[in-house]
Design a protein around this ligand. Structure first.
Ligand code: UDP
Length: 335
């Protein structure tokens, strides 16, 4: 059995779907604070909070957990800057509990959601895994601490791990069953598409005085289905006992500015998307573009949807069909 924490979230749910599609036995651990029960598509759920050690231990009791994919985390750069304590508890304490429970249960394999935010302001583009990791926001720091914990638990207890350093996850399940639904939504692409739908008056562009060609921040967007596939490859490589690196980047090697994303979304949706320039958001590096060359070479990764247009198209299909996301706002309460 594969334990998927955060399996009801955006990246987790797409990965759970891919795992089950190939017949894996999956258990999802999620507190549903940000994830959605509907996104499980019927996968079994053990609801709880990974900060609670008794709950974490219970996940391993009476089951043979062969491997863990750890998505559960908080992922808002902006909030992480004002609530560092919360971010350390959510992202560091939870992983520590998980690793101690794995150690005690004898589970030796984990795939970890790390982030390009661990690089901070990079010296070179595209970013390779060898680039120094100096995060400039708390979210990135918590992910870097996670990588270090995995390394230390690997050395001491033989737990094998692969950290996947994602660039910007975007897009939706091409079958239309799953998509992106955060509350509050802070990510660029869903906000732009909500503006296209008329659910938002306009989009704010956070800063147009960055040292980039059009002055807006550049990011590397990667399709959610490609990200999900990379987790399966990482899991398989460890299962097969292949030699693997400690970490792999997952980007498309292609950067798009915020202004370019808005412009491409106007084309894809055929709708006007009003945009206005707003102040910079603290913690945003000007340019993040990643090279996936290592995972391509070592694990055979290949992106199915590398183009921004395709990413936006699948996301647009989801947003049009689900203007209120999974529609569970009322039942979710204050979690
Ligand atoms: N961004 C923006 N307006 C928004 C939301 C995001 O200009 O309403 C910018 C943000 O400053 C960053 C880029 O879009 O440069 C991507 O931000 P997002 O929050 O989607 O992902 P992040 O890069 O923080 O993981």
């Amino acid at each position: 059995m594969i334990l998927v924490t955060g399996g009801a979230g955006y990246i987790g749910s797409h990965t759970v779907k891919a795992l089950r599609a190939r017949g894996e036995d999956v258990l999802v651990a999620d507190d549903l604070s940000e994830g959605h029960e509907a996104a499980l598509l019927g996968a079994p759920l053990a609801k709880g909070d990974l900060k609670d050690m008794d709950y974490v231990r219970s996940l391993f009791e009476g089951r043979k957990v062969e491997g863990v994919i750890h998505f559960a985390a908080s992922c808002y750069v902006g909030v992480s800057m004002t609530r560092p304590g919360f971010y350390y508890r959510q992202n560091v304490q939870a992983l520590l509990n998980l690793l101690e429970a794995m150690r005690d249960a004898g589970t030796k394999t984990i795939v970890f959601s790390s982030s390009c935010a661990t690089y901070g302001v990079p010296d070179e583009i595209p970013i390779t895994e060898e680039c120094p990791q100096n995060p400039i926001n708390v979210y990135g720091t918590t992910k870097l601490v996670g990588e270090w914990m995995l390394r230390d638990f690997g050395r001491a207890h033989g737990i094998r791990s692969i950290s996947l350093r994602y660039f910007n996850a975007a897009g939706a399940d091409p079958d239309g069953e799953l998509g992106e639904d955060h509350d509050p939504e802070t990510h660029l692409i869903p906000l732009v598409l909500q503006a296209a739908l008329g659910k938002r008056e306009k989009i704010s562009i956070f800063g147009d005085d960055y040292p980039t060609p059009d002055g807006t921040c550049i990011r590397d967007y990667i399709h959610i289905v490609d990200l999900a596939q990379a987790h399966l490859l990482a899991l398989d490589a460890m299962r097969e006992g292949k030699e693997t690196a400690h970490a792999y980047n997952l980007g498309n090697g292609e950067g798009y500015s915020v202004a370019q994303v808005v412009e491409t979304a106007r084309k894809v949706t055929g709708r006007p998307i009003p945009a206005e320039v707003a102040p910079r958001r603290p913690g945003d590096p000007p340019r993040l573009v990643g090279s996936s060359a290592r995972i391509e070479k070592e694990l055979g990764y290949k992106a199915r949807f590398p183009r921004l247009e395709e990413i936006l198209e699948t996301a647009w299909q989801w947003h049009k069909a689900h203007p209120d996301g999974y529609g569970d706002r009322e039942t979710k309460g204050e979690a």
